[in-house]
Design a protein around this ligand. Structure first.
Ligand SMILES: Nc1ncnc2c1ncn2[C@@H]1O[C@H](COP(=O)(O)OP(=O)(O)OP(=O)(O)O)[C@@H](O)[C@H]1O
Ligand SMILES: [Mg+2]
Length: 230
C-alpha cells in the first residue's frame, strides 16, 4: 500500500450498493460515509439486514460499490484491478468471520501460518510469527490441536491470530462473537481490543455485543443502508 502514513485508515464516501434488478432491487447501502482514524477500534452496529456485511465486504475489497468510493490507507480501491485487490486483501487486510473459517485438517499453528505461506514467507520467520501470535491470543499450549479439538472461543482466537499473521493495517471482523456464548464472546472482544492496542492495528467490527460497544473508540449505527446518529 502507499508509503505515505495517512491519519485516516479507512475513508468511505457516499457508498451505494444494490442487489438484483431494477424492479426487485434491494438497496443494501444507500449513501454511506464515514472515516476510521488509524489505530482506532470502530464498532458497526445495526439490525439484521441493515447492510453491515455488505459494507465490510466493500471496505475489505471483497466486493465493489455501485457508487461512491473507499480509500484504504490512502489507496483508492477503485484504482486496483483484480490482482491489486487480491494483494491488498492478502497483505493489508485481516478478516475474521462469524463462522471462524478455519481449515479443519490443519492444526491451530498451521491455520495461523496459512497467510504467511501464501506470502511465501521464510519458514523460520513463519514459525516464529505463528508462535508469537498463538501466545498473543493465549493458545501457545494448543498449537497442535485441530479446530474440531478446540472450543468455539479458542477457534475464534485462532482465527484472530490468523487474521493478524501478515501484520495487516486493517482488521475487519463480521460478528466475531455471533456463534459464541456471552461470556466467551466478551473474552474474544476483550482480546480484540487488546490486540488492536498491542499490534497497532485499526479495526472495524460488526457486532451487537454490548462489551465491544463499550470498548470501542467509536460506534457507528447502520439502519436500512445509512449511518444514523446514535
Ligand atoms: N448477494 C446478495 N443478493 C441479494 N441481496 C443481498 C445479497 N447480499 C445481501 N443482500 C441484501 O442486502 C441487505 C443487507 O444485507 P447484509 O448481509 O449486508 O446485512 P447485515 O446487516 O449483515 O445482516 P445480518 O446482521 O443478518 O448479518 C439485505 O436486505 C440482504 O437481503
Ligand atoms: Mg451480516
Amino acid at each position: 500500500m502507499s508509503q505515505v502514513v495517512t491519519e485516516t485508515m479507512v475513508r468511505v464516501e457516499d457508498v451505494h450498493k444494490s442487489y438484483g434488478t431494477r424492479a426487485a432491487a434491494v438497496h443494501a447501502l444507500r449513501g454511506v460515509s464515514f472515516e476510521v482514524p488509524r489505530g482506532e477500534l470502530v464498532a458497526l452496529e445495526g439490525r439484521s439486514g441493515s447492510g453491515k456485511t455488505t459494507l465490510l465486504n466493500i471496505v475489505g475489497g471483497l466486493d465493489t460499490p455501485d457508487r461512491g468510493r473507499v480509500v484504504l490507507d490512502g489507496r483508492d480501491l477503485a484504482e486496483l484491478d483484480e490482482n491489486g485487490l487480491l494483494a491488498l486483501r492478502r497483505d493489508h487486510v485481516g478478516f475474521v468471520f462469524q463462522s471462524f473459517g478455519l481449515i479443519p485438517i490443519l492444526t491451530a499453528a498451521e491455520n495461523v501460518g496459512v497467510p504467511l505461506r501464501l506470502r511465501r514467507a521464510d519458514p523460520r520467520e513463519r514459525e516464529e510469527r505463528v508462535e508469537l501470535l498463538l501466545s498473543l491470543v493465549g493458545l501457545a499450549d494448543h498449537a497442535a490441536q485441530r479446530p474440531g479439538e478446540l472450543s468455539g472461543g479458542q477457534q475464534q482466537r485462532v482465527a484472530i491470530a490468523r487474521a493478524l499473521a501478515n501484520s495487516p493495517s486493517l482488521l475487519i471482523a463480521d460478528e466475531p462473537t455471533g456463534q459464541l456464548d456471552a461470556e466467551t464472546g466478551h473474552a474474544v472482544m476483550e482480546l480484540l481490543r487488546a490486540v488492536v492496542r498491542s499490534e497497532g492495528v485499526t479495526a472495524l467490527v460488526a457486532t451487537h455485543d454490548a462489551t465491544l460497544l463499550d470498548l470501542a473508540d467509536r460506534v457507528l449505527e447502520l439502519s436500512d443502508g445509512v449511518i444514523v446518529e446514535r
